[in-house]
Write a protein that binds this ligand. Structure first.
Ligand code: S3P
Length: 423
């Protein structure tokens, strides 16, 4: 297969959630261009409508309008967060500062994901939680006046960090958090700074001082680097051509995968770099490459946490054994991503295993053949769809529709980059 042409990718998922949440907390109307319109983004929009904001339908190519009231209103019904952990955890942070109770739930996958990692620090700030299903959803939060918090996080997680920062913002109290290993995505910090809040970094601590104010915004969301990674992966596995992926977010806490790919022998060039509303953006230029194995140490994982399935799939085509260290967090993503990546690589004839908290993948040149079980996990579906582009591959992904959780139109985009290259 050859690749070619220039493609865009849908808006950044993490930034879309945060912008929607913050716009709903502002008094007045915000305009959001390039917002992600995927199922996860729709979950945030739906929940925010239940909390009193007026959010226009999320439609590809149209400006999203969010009219907020300055505070949330008590919801009449249970808040259904669908498949979206980010919606749940960040909303819990904001709801912790509201004097009413709200119950959150989600789909089967989300109901099984741990919430104590969020409720523990938020309870220490003064919010009250009633568990209805142990360490998962449904969960009821009753917010109120909050206390300042200084918190050493047990794991590096942007969702834990953001829940605490947003609680500090909505409750107007100082908070400080420290991540144990590596730096997770910092979109919340950047957005809060844009609203005039002081978010300082010192000695690994991120401190928030509530001296800003959330105002209506007019913003353009960059393309999602995590979505771009799948198309970049397909281009790397191709045997000719060059692919441009235009206007993608280049936040250093998100593009750890490009540093790993460079070590594996695939250089992604950057062009048209600019800064857009406090976030670096630019075009990715990707060419096919012969890959070699690498070691991905624990400190690098937070900066590429969502790209491990794709990197593992690429590692299955590299010479030698690639090791991803300390990736236990993948067990509690939209699926048990750690076990399923290894299981599915084996199902298509590859060699991969989980050793403790590490994932080891051995490369091969044989055409991948077999059935892939995604458990409804969008990133698994897309990673293995990339593998299915190899010559001679016969990879059947059991559920491609779930890619709409983060990348509506992914199957078409994958076809488009191939078709364009035909002579
Ligand atoms: C996200 C943080 C990450 C990531 C998720 C989105 C965010 O989760 O896996 O897809 O937008 O804050 P963790 O914070 O649990 O690592």
């Amino acid at each position: 297969m050859r690749v070619g042409g220039s493609v865009g990718v849908p808006g950044d998922k993490s930034i879309t959630h945060r912008v929607l949440l913050l716009a709903a907390m502002a008094r007045g109307t915000s305009r959001i261009r390039g917002a992600l319109t995927s199922l996860d983004a729709k979950s945030s929009a739906r929940v925010l409508r239940q909390l009193g904001a007026v959010v226009s339908p999320l439609r590809e190519g149209s400006v999203t309008l969010v009219a907020g009231r300055g505070r949330f209103r008590r919801p009449a019904e249970v808040l259904n967060c669908g498949n979206s952990g980010t919606t749940t955890r960040l909303a819990l942070g904001l709801l912790s500062a509201h004097r009413f109770s709200a119950t959150l739930t989600g789909d089967r996958s989300l109901r099984g994901r741990p919430m104590r990692r969020i409720t523990k620090p938020l309870a220490a700030m003064g919010a009250r939680f009633t568990e209805r299903n142990g360490d998962g959803l449904p969960l009821t939060v009753e917010g109120g006046e909050l206390r300042p918090l200084r918190y050493e996080m047990p794991v590096s997680s942007a969702q834990i960090k953001s829940a605490i920062l947003l609680a500090g913002m909505a409750g107007e109290v100082e908070v400080a958090v420290r991540e144990p290993q590596g730096r997770s995505r910092d979109h919340t910090e950047r957005l809060l700074r844009a609203f005039g809040y002081r978010v300082l970094e010192h000695d690994g601590w991120i401190s928030f001082i509530p001296d800003g104010k959330v105002e209506p915004i007019d913003i353009a969301v960059p393309g999602d680097p995590s979505s771009a990674a799948f198309l970049a992966g397909a281009a790397i596995l191709a045997d000719g051509g060059e692919l441009r992926i235009a206007r993608v977010g280049l936040n250093p806490t998100r593009i750890g995968y490009s540093r790993v790919l460079a070590r594996m022998g695939a250089t992604i060039a950057l062009e048209n770099e600019a800064t857009q509303y406090g976030e670096p953006v630019g075009d990715l230029l990707v060419r096919p490459a012969r890959l070699i194995h690498t070691e991905v140490p624990a400190g690098e994982i937070p900066g590429l946490i969502d790209e491990v399935p794709l990197l593992a799939v690429l590692a299955s085509r590299a010479s030698g054994i690639t090791a991803f260290r300390q990736v236990g967090e993948l067990r509690i993503k939209e699926s048990n991503r750690l076990e399923l990546v290894a299981e599915n690589l084996r199902a298509v004839g590859g060699r991969a295993e989980v050793q403790g908290e590490d994932l080891l993948v051995e490369g091969s040149e044989a055409a991948p053949r077999g059935r892939v079980r995604t458990a409804g996990d969008h990133r698994l579906a897309m990673a293995f769809a990339v593998l299915s582009t190899l010559p001679g591959a016969r990879v059947q992904v059991d559920d491609m529709a779930c890619s709409a959780v983060s990348f509506p139109g992914f199957p078409g985009a994958l076809r488009q980059i191939r078709r364009k290259a035909r002579p």
